[in-house]
Design a protein around this ligand. Structure first.
Ligand code: CP
Length: 302
């Protein structure tokens, strides 16, 4: 990964993924190091974020680096009409690495093509969120002891949810099977199903949440992505379609864990939070170690 941008999870081979997860495990054991003391990271968030932006900033600070950037586009000269290309070229001259979240699909790819420094995609529209995927893989391996041959339930907004798209691509390298749980309006896009078909991997689809949960190794809940709907009435129809409740976990495997990239709206009832199978807040913490590993790999510091 040395000096390479991370635009999509498919940029990484299985071996590169494992290497990052192993390195994240080392950072978990020893998170205070000074390896970024000569590094300036630019954090460009054109869309809101709590976990991705702040876990990157936490990782950079704990590794002795410096952060510059903005947390909303209105604070940048984009609001005066500056192009993304000019923004990237300018910021690249101030920094060694750029972390960018942007609402337009493909923006991270474009930025990586014009930037002289590596770009890390922190989410581009409904397309991909590869650093989330790496922390999801870290969390899955930590809780299941393996990434191979697991049954992953992806629940909620499978149409617009970039985290489920990236996770599907990554877990397909490890022979996963999938159960897609969504309303008709938010089904997994055909291109991802065709991809699984081409890999010879199994998936099933269902509209009921409380069905077959005893077969899950991971239940990956997602929020309905209000910001991606052009018609607010369409969002109102589906916004509360699933609510995972504590009782629904009674017959699930003892090793099963509930993940969620967060933020949560209503899709996981708070009565799940105290269940030992709820893993989403530890998953968010794992983002710090995983993002440390991603930056160290790209900057060839480990
Ligand atoms: N999971 C995630 O991307 O969360 P934020 O939107 O808070 O960064």
């Amino acid at each position: 990964m040395k000096n390479k941008s991370l635009v999509g999870i498919n940029n990484l081979s299985k071996e590169e993924i494992i290497k990052i997860l192993d390195l994240a495990g080392e950072f978990e054991k020893n998170p205070i190091q000074n390896i970024l003391s000569k590094t300036v990271v630019a954090s460009l968030f054109f869309e809101p974020s709590t976990r991705t932006r702040l876990s990157f900033e936490s990782a950079i600070n704990r590794l002795g680096g410096r952060v510059i950037g903005f947390s909303e586009a209105s604070n940048s000269s984009i609001s005066k009409g500056e192009s993304l290309k000019d923004t990237i070229l300018t910021v690249a001259s101030y920094s060694d690495l750029i972390v960018m979240r942007h609402p337009i699909e493909g923006s991270a790819r474009y930025a990586s093509e014009v930037s002289p420094v590596p770009i890390i995609n922190a989410g581009d529209g409904a397309n991909q969120h590869p650093t989330q995927t790496l922390l999801d893989l870290f969390s899955i391996r930590k809780t299941q002891g393996t990434l191979e041959g697991l049954n992953i339930f992806l629940v909620g907004d499978l149409k617009y949810g970039r985290t489920v798209h990236s996770l599907l691509m990554a877990m397909s390298q490890f022979g996963a099977s999938f159960t897609f749980v969504s309303p008709q309006e938010l089904k997994m896009p055909i291109e991802y199903k065709m991809y699984l078909d081409s890999m010879g991997l199994k998936y099933t689809e269902q509209t009921e949440l409380n069905q077959n949960l005893d077969k899950a190794d991971i239940i990956y809940m997602t929020r309905v992505q209000r910001e991606r709907f052009s018609d607010p009435l369409e969002y109102e129809k589906v916004k509360n379609v699933y609510v995972l409740r504590n009782k629904m976990l009674d017959d699930t495997k003892s090793t099963m864990r509930v993940l969620h990239p967060l933020p949560r709206v209503n899709e996981i009832h708070t009565d799940v939070d105290s269940n030992p199978k709820a893993y989403y807040f530890t998953q968010a913490l794992n983002g710090v170690y995983t993002r440390m590993a991603i930056m160290a790999s790209i900057l060839d510091l480990k």
